[in-house]
Design a protein around this ligand. Structure first.
Ligand SMILES: [Zn+2]
Length: 348
């Protein structure tokens, strides 16, 4: 059996917040909504959405999220059931969306993703990242019933976030190769259509890399469209496989090892340069696209020490051992160092 979950409504464009009541009406869930947001995004979008919902006869309660921890999920789930919410709205760059995703699932009601930044594909996926005791864990939640992306708000968020989102999508090139490898070596189920969609979303960013600039509505539009397509690829696959391979394992290893990790999308993209080298593919194409966008391509640019990069490369294969990738049973220290030097991630 195959179970695919897709958003029913996807709105991308300027001034899209005003469409929130229409979407709620269309989905027939307009009575009580619990809005999960952060302190900063409350002023950017949260308060405005509450006003819009109430002006249209709805009832909206705001829950300010602190961090994406299991305790916070329980707190928001309890708030949702006490309020008898019909629907959750996740308003923010990632944490609030992840919290809304999980707590709405706990309450057996849908959630709408309203990203205020486009820094990773979690804004459209069914998976959520939860942090506990210094570790981050990716857990299955539910896909949003709608995505409302206001590109004006997204284009005003720090550009570093948008560039990281583009990096997360570009890293699909190596996720897809890892998946193909797993299907050949281990007969893992493989979906050609999901792989094509993930690949196409990476192409969308690479082909428009020279158009992605700070403050542009059009750049936010390209990034969000690619993230939505990448999310759809995961929905078709029924897992994160098409958008998460060895480069994501490298990023998760860095999160554990680095004193000050960089952004998820930044780390995955740099990981993808190196993993593409291991696959014998065109790693320079990935590197050049990232340079054009203005995303980091080296340890120095990410603010991460060279030895932390090597250690993450050595540990990456242990992060998710059931997920077969080009890393196989692991790299030797000299191979790890060589790939990082050749791909200019670290200096000799
Ligand atoms: Zn990712």
């Amino acid at each position: 059996m195959k179970w695919m979950e897709f958003p029913r409504e996807v709105l991308i464009g300027k001034n899209m917040l005003v469409k929130v009541p229409d979407v709620l009406n269309k989905l027939k869930i307009s009575k009580k909504v619990l809005l999960v947001t952060g302190k900063n995004t409350l002023d950017v979008a949260g308060n405005r959405i509450k006003e819009l919902v109430e002006e249209n006869g709805g009832d909206c309660e705001i829950c300010i999220s602190e961090k994406a921890s299991p305790e916070e999920v329980i707190k928001i789930t309890e708030a949702g059931s006490a309020f008898e919410a019909d629907c959750f709205l996740g308003v923010g760059s990632g944490r609030s969306i992840d919290l809304a995703k999980l707590s709405s699932k706990n309450c057996s009601v849908p959630f709408i993703s309203i990203p205020t930044a486009a820094s990773h594909d979690g804004i459209v996926s069914a998976r959520a990242s939860i942090h506990s005791e210094g570790k981050s864990e990716s857990v299955e939640a539910q896909a949003p019933i709608a995505v409302i992306a206001d590109t004006e708000i997204i284009s005003k968020a720090p550009f570093r976030l948008l560039a990281a989102g583009c990096g997360d999508v570009i890293s699909n090139y190596t996720s897809v190769l890892d998946w193909e490898l797993a299907s050949r070596h281990q007969n893992e189920p493989f979906s050609r259509s999901a792989a094509m969609m993930a690949y196409m979303s990476a192409d969308m960013i690479t082909n428009s890399a020279n158009l992605i600039r700070p403050g542009l509505d059009s750049s936010a539009r390209i990034a969000v469209k690619a993230l939505v397509l990448s999310g759809a690829a995961m929905s078709v696959a029924g897992s994160s496989r098409p958008a998460s391979g060895s480069e994501h394992m490298f990023s998760h290893a860095l999160d554990r090892i680095a004193k000050k990790p960089a952004l998820h999308g930044e780390q995955c993209a740099v990981g993808s340069i190196m993993m593409m080298y291991l696959h014998g593919g065109d790693w320079e194409k990935i590197r050049n696209a990232l340079i054009q966008i203005g995303a980091p391509t080296s340890a120095v640019e990410m603010g991460i020490a060279d030895d932390e990069i090597i250690e993450a490369l050595l540990q990456a294969h242990t992060i998710r051992p059931e997920r077969y990738t080009i890393l196989g049973g692991g790299l030797t220290p000299s191979a790890a160092e060589k790939m990082a030097v050749v791909t200019k991630v670290i200096t000799d």
